[in-house]
Design a protein. Structure first.
Ligand code: ZN
Length: 240
């Protein structure tokens, strides 16, 4: 491959390298995944909150159960300890039983209330668990896809680096130095080729005097009089 072709190829590789490195560093999938991880933490926090609410209600229901047993015990004890021949004692028992019945009503009412709340929380927990499972599956799939994409870009970068090394080995030291310097100055676009009398990057048509100056030099790679990029005079096609 001619010197000019090598330089142009090196430039193509370097431009692709820069593109792929930038794409790798700025993968939108990574930002998206970070956002999803934050959303996942929120789902977990919601689940913890619901769990705490359910535990509280289960505790209240247990307490109600204890109160109900106590009240029923009280009913039994009051009935057993009452002398049914004693009018005042029977009257007293009626009052006591009426109070206990009210307590039991209140307990039953509270229990219905808490049980409804418990059912509501359980439904919410179930929905959240289902949603979280789907969300996690999606995050796993997204992570896999992002890893594959990153691996693909990384493979491209490594391949380009090997190609780059191979071309650098074929370039004389002074050309390497000129290329690196021009690439830095011109943001990667170090080399242009002459198409007719027009350089391919700066597109400033060379005047006849410049053309004849350039024609006199025997070197294949000169410097563009306008933009000072490396200017490839003739190219030997794309074969390597
Ligand atoms: Zn130029």
């Amino acid at each position: 491959m001619s010197l000019g072709s090598l330089l142009l190829k090196l430039q193509d590789i370097d431009l692709a390298l820069t593109r792929n490195r930038a794409a790798l560093n700025a993968m939108p999938e990574i930002a998206e995944l970070a956002k999803k991880r934050r959303a996942h933490q929120k789902l977990k926090a919601d689940a913890t909150k619901l769990y705490a609410q359910r535990k509280d209600i289960e505790t209240y229901l247990k307490e109600l159960e204890g109160k109900e047993m106590d009240a029923n015990d009280d009913v039994r004890i009051a009935q057993q300890n009452t002398d049914s021949s004693d009018y005042r004692a029977v009257q007293q028992l009626e009052i006591e039983l009426s109070n206990l019945a009210k307590q039991l009503d209140k307990i039953a009412f509270d229990r219905r209330d808490y049980e409804a709340k418990l059912a509501d929380i359980k439904a919410k927990e179930e929905y959240l668990a289902e949603y979280t499972a789907k969300f996690e599956a999606a995050v796993i799939a997204d992570t896999k896809a992002a890893r594959e994409k990153a691996a693909g870009l990384m493979a491209e970068v490594e391949k380009a680096q090997r190609q780059r090394e191979h071309i650098l080995e074929q370039l004389p030291e002074d050309m390497r130095v000129r290329y690196e310097k021009a690439a830095e100055t011109h943001n990667g676009l170090a080399v242009e080729r002459l198409e007719g009398n027009v350089p391919s990057v700066c597109r400033m048509a060379l005047q006849a005097s410049s053309m004849s100056d350039l024609a006199r030099t025997s070197s294949e790679v000169v410097e563009c009089p306008y933009c000072h990029r490396m200017l490839v005079m003739g190219e030997d096609g794309e074969e390597s």
